[in-house]
Write a protein that binds this ligand. Structure first.
Ligand code: MG
Length: 168
């Protein structure tokens, strides 16, 4: 392929973004696995919510993928690890989802720090969107975890929650 006319990216930023693509796809994989487990448990509202979440994670990965291509970089895709597939309960599932989002947030912040250190301004603009998005992701996962804790062992409350989640 021909040489790009773009100003080359710092390899540290490019590599860290490549790793972030992998994390976003892993998140998609994890949420798809969770969707399957809810489907099997006849909680179709939760399953639908998780499927939508999985699609969003793929979009996140594609934002980084397209950004690297726009900067004239070759994208090296990493392999994606197998996610867990058996979950103890809806609460356990959402606690794991929240935990995962918190990890993603800290990686986004590290990536932002790196972009600042390397004076990569376009990367900072892209990452601004992700910083805001992570606030939303953690907020919605936290809300669901708290509502599942309130529902406790009450299956009627769980079914109501399942119906609401399906309206996403
Ligand atoms: Mg994401």
């Amino acid at each position: 392929m021909s040489e790009s006319a773009q100003t080359p990216m710092k390899s540290a930023v490019r590599d860290a973004m490549g790793e972030q693509i992998q994390r976003e796809f892993y998140a998609a994989y994890l949420y798809l696995s969770m969707a399957g487990s809810f489907e099997v448990a006849n909680l179709s509202g939760f399953a639908r919510w998780m499927r939508a979440q999985a699609r969003e994670e793929q979009e996140h990965a594609m934002k980084f993928f397209d950004f690297l291509l726009d900067r004239g970089e070759q994208v090296r895709l990493r392999s994606i690890e197998e996610p867990p597939y058996a979950f103890r309960s809806p609460l356990d599932t959402f606690e794991q989802a929240l935990e995962h989002e918190r990890e993603v947030t800290s990686h986004i912040h590290e990536l932002y720090d790196l972009a600042v250190r390397e004076h990569d301004y376009p990367a900072q603009v892209l990452l601004n969107w992700f910083v805001t998005e992570q606030v939303e992701e953690e907020k919605s996962a936290t809300e669901i975890v708290e509502r599942l804790r309130m529902a406790g062992e009450d299956s009627a409350a769980l079914l109501i929650l399942d119906r609401e989640m399906g309206e996403r």
